[in-house]
Design a protein around this ligand. Sequence first.
Ligand code: NAP
Length: 246
Amino acid sequence: MLTDKIAVVTGGSRGIGREIALTLAAKGATVIVNYNGSAAKAEEVVGEIQAAGGKGEAVQCNVSDYEKAAGLMEYVVEKYGRVDILVNNAGITRDSLLMKMSEEDFDAVIATNLKGAFNCTRHVARQMIKQRAGRIISISSVSGVLGNAGQANYSASKAGLIGLTKSVAREMASRGITVNAVAPGFIDTEMTQVLSDKVKEAAKEQIPMKRFGATKDIANTVAFLASDEAGYITGQVISVDGGMAM
Ligand code: NAP
């Protein structure tokens, strides 16, 4: 259980982040559901949490902005007095082959997926060090582990998250803070619903389990890493991908 824990889930308005927010709240955490543009969807998630007897609130913040990410963490610490769990989930794709990839598409993906996680981690670290406790979990990807044609920007951001995770895990281990990454394979969300049927079928062929995963598969793993039971696990990348990376 995560009773009385304070959790921040970036990109909690939709997809995997939404499921993580609902799952942590169901286990007793108060969840700050961060979003960038989808205010109504974030409020819906909070409504669902509250209808189930849980606690949470929606907070807008573009995590790729260093100062705004600082503001998000300051707001949470001021209001709730602590941050026990940070889930760096916010992410975007701007897929194309390298020879067609614009500088803007490269920068945008790195700014949200990698710098956004750095920003939130950087700004939550002081509070977690003060608490001598904390859990930081970043959502990487199988693309960051194996690479993926058409995703040079995205794979670089997700591999970068793994380096960030391992380095911060080493720095924070003696402070009672664990830092881990989850690397999902293909999960059924809006991010993958935009893929053509041809691409989806080709993807399934690469998955030993021959099917996409569900958001719950990722949320359950995050909830475990956030729990007391996972207290001796740090610096790890947990693949939840139907066997793609093994
Ligand atoms: P999604 O359905 O497209 O949702 C993305 C979420 O990120 C939304 O809540 C969005 O909020 C938020 N977001 C985007 N930019 C943001 C920013 N600058 N600041 C704050 N929030 C921002 O994506 P998903 O499939 O759930 O993916 C979630 C995470 O899992 C991502 O990091 C993704 O790379 C990773 N992942 C997904 C898959 C997959 O197959 N789906 C596989 C591997 C890894 P707004 O709508 O409010 O902008």
